[in-house]
Design a protein around this ligand. Structure first.
Ligand SMILES: [Zn+2]
Length: 262
């Protein structure tokens, strides 16, 4: 069975995260939603996403998030945050309990996608999320909500960022990108009766013409209703197509989609 993940946004609807040029919790939700969608649609990933909505204080908020993660069967826990500091602070970070190598990759991938400084992996064993989730966990600090440069880079490169985060998770959990084969609509060449005579029945309404060329509508004689039977005295080739010739001298297509021999 494929390994599962749980990804959640930092903070909650009633417990605000950092607010600068960007609103941390709002942006974290967008990243979580997009990364989750990529992993479960574009990759063969399986997992859960979570946004905390009910807590009214930080302790309850953290407890709800961690409880959700711990309630699921999974191989990796991911929490998405944004950093906050002075206006000049810039860059990506990934915090970890013991997943140093994965965090190094994650911070680098985010920095490349956003084209901002890679501040790297940081061990933070004291953080509630990292300490209390019972599976390997990482906490992303996407960029600084307080930095104009970071906010601009984030807005501009949101999709690249989401793809980059998803790829690091996918590589870690062994997910493969789904191969989407766009199959060409198969247009079947018409199949014709090429010889024969006798009774034919109309399968699909079409016209009977005075001549073998059907390009001139004025030579149309009648509409052949479905189920009508015609006595055919011969089949005539016209260009690359074939026409049934009726006893009364009219021509009807010999296309098997429209007529059938009975
Ligand atoms: Zn945060």
């Amino acid at each position: 069975m494929v390994k599962q993940f749980v990804i959640s946004s930092g903070h909650g609807d009633k417990v605000s995260g950092a607010i600068g040029i960007l609103n941390e919790h709002n942006e974290a939700k967008k990243v979580v939603n997009r990364v989750y969608s990529i992993l479960t649609n574009d990759y063969n990933g399986k997992g859960y996403k979570y946004h905390e909505t009910t807590a009214t204080n930080q302790q309850q908020n953290l407890a709800n998030i961690v409880n959700y993660h711990n309630s699921k069967e999974r191989a990796l826990d991911i929490s998405v945050h944004f950093n906050s500091a002075s206006a000049g602070a810039t860059g990506t970070e990934c915090l970890y309990y013991d997943k140093k190598s994965l965090s190094t990759k994650m911070s680098k991938a985010m920095a490349n996608a956003l084209d901002i400084l890679d501040r790297g992996a940081k061990e933070r064993k004291e953080l509630y999320f990292l300490r209390n989730t019972s599976k390997p966990a990482i906490l992303l600090e996407v960029c600084f909500v307080t930095s104009k440069k970071d906010a601009t880079a984030y807005r501009k490169n949101f999709e690249d960022l989401s793809q980059a985060i998803a790829k690091v998770i996918a590589d870690e959990l062994g997910y493969r990108k789904k191969v989407t084969t766009v199959s060409k609509p198969t247009v079947e060449a018409p199949s014709y009766y090429k010889s024969g005579s006798g009774l034919f029945r109309i399968k699909k309404p079409c016209y009977a013409y005075k001549g073998v060329s059907f390009s001139d509508k004025s030579t149309r004689v009648e509409l052949c209703q479905r189920g009508t039977k015609y006595t055919i005295v011969g089949i005539v080739k016209y260009g690359s197509t074939y026409r049934l010739k009726t006893k009364s001298g009219l021509f009807i297509t010999a296309n098997k989609e429209y007529v059938e021999k009975i």
